[in-house]
Design a protein around this ligand. Structure first.
Ligand SMILES: Cc1ncc(COP(=O)(O)O)c(C=O)c1O
Length: 390
């Protein structure tokens, strides 16, 4: 048998999809399952966006296009990012990708090589660590502490910086905790980086999902934009996870290389999908706020309910659509607990360890489900935890 390349040795299945497969298998066997595992909004993509794609398809927009992205969409993205962050952005700095994930993948591939260190949040989105290893780099986790509301600790970041540090990854609001980095924290970080040759990848895919206060991007602080790669997309804000559309904003030298990698991999993002992206950003924005208010009600409901269950403790997340309760009252590895919750209580969630080693002792629930289903799940979880304590 031909051996696989060593560079893929560390890659395994993604927990969310493993749990989804098991949950669907149980559902096929007739068991009732409440789903909280996959990080996607349960809303349909807004009709005006879908209609624009259908129109574009019927209009013949079905051929290869510019691998960096349609100039028209890049202009709209540049204007949108500039307005929201208070910075200057040119369309040449924008790269359109099939989702935010490929942008993260190609940026890391274009920047990182053997010997380079990448500082990243842990618990954090499950892409940062394996892709860093794939590129030959060394992942250096920063612990997001519950005691610090899952924000970053600038002193800890400082202590992790070495002469080999090339990239710092930030994600605020954060998946899986819903924690955010305050404007003060970002300012401190900006000062820390000012005399260091370190790039920042700021994953801002939840920038439009902030419940209290305002979203802040590190790119808005003086002198930081040129070293920052902003990653954002359409999946969460516009309920477009399956469309595969996202973007990055970065300096021109890097944007050309990321676009070149994109061309080698996927040639381009389908033009009718990109035209739907133009409609998403330029069309009516009322739905973004409406969906956020629905998520806010669900957030309040699930946090209150989880905190009433002995053994669980749940912070009120500031953004995104996840809760990350600790189950320190139940002495069991979180992977085992999540599996038991699924098999015995019919509630599908993810173990905190799906997001890194510092996720041990936590569970992640995506509250992308109706209030009725959240209430039903809370009943089931409560009953399950009572039986474990008895
Ligand atoms: C923090 C974070 N970044 C990026 C992504 C990827 O989003 P996309 O669907 O645009 O690839 C996700 C998806 O869950 C995420 O949680």
């Amino acid at each position: 048998m031909v051996q696989l390349a060593r560079r893929v040795e560390h890659l395994g299945p993604t927990a969310a999809f493993e749990v989804l497969a098991r949950a669907n298998e149980l559902a096929r066997q007739g068991k009732s399952i409440v789903h909280f595992e996959i990080g996607e909004p349960d809303f349909d993509t807004p009709v005006n966006i879908t209609d624009s794609a259908v129109k574009a398809l019927r209009g013949g927009n079905t051929k290869y296009v510019d691998g960096q992205g349609l100039l028209e969409l890049r202009k709209v993205v540049a204007e949108h990012v500039a307005r929201k962050r208070g910075i200057e952005v040119s369309p040449t700095e924008v790269v359109i990708g099939p989702g935010a994930s490929p942008v993260i993948f190609f940026v890391i591939l274009a920047l990182i090589e053997s010997g380079d260190e990448v500082i990243y949040p842990n618990p954090g989105f499950f892409t940062y660590e394996p892709v860093t290893i794939l590129a030959g780099g060394t992942p250096v986790p920063i612990h997001l502490w519950e005691e610090k509301e899952f924000s970053i600790d600038v002193d800890e970041i400082k202590s992790k910086i070495s002469p080999r540090t090339k990239l710092l990854i930030l994600n605020s609001p954060n998946n899986p905790t819903g924690g955010m980095i305050s404007a003060n924290g970002l300012k401190e970080l900006a000062d820390l980086l000012s005399d260091r040759d370190i790039r920042v990848l700021s994953d801002e895919v939840y920038s439009e999902m902030v419940y209290d206060g305002e979203f802040h991007s590190i790119s808005s602080f003086p002198g930081v934009k040129d070293r920052t790669i902003i990653v954002d997309g359409f999946s969460k804000t516009y309920a477009m996870t399956g469309w595969r559309l996202g973007y990055g904003v970065m300096d021109i030298e890097l944007s050309y290389k990321v676009a070149a990698l994109m061309i080698q991999c996927n040639s381009c993002v389908p033009p009718f999908v990109q035209m739907a992206g133009i409609e998403a950003l330029k069309g009516p924005q009322g739905g973004v706020k409406e969906r956020l208010e629905i998520f806010r009600r669900r957030r309040d409901l699930i946090v209150e309910g989880l905190n009433q269950i002995p053994g669980l403790n749940c912070l009120l997340p500031k953004g995104a659509f996840y809760v990350f309760p600790s189950h320190k009252g139940i002495k069991m590895p979180s992977k085992e607990l999540a599996l038991k919750l699924l098999n015995e209580a019919g509630v599908a969630c993810l173990p905190g360890t799906a997001f890194g080693e510092f996720g041990e002792g936590y569970l992640r629930f995506t509250y992308s489900n109706s209030e009725d289903n959240i209430r039903e799940a809370l009943k089931r979880i409560g009953k399950f935890f009572c039986s474990k304590k008895a």
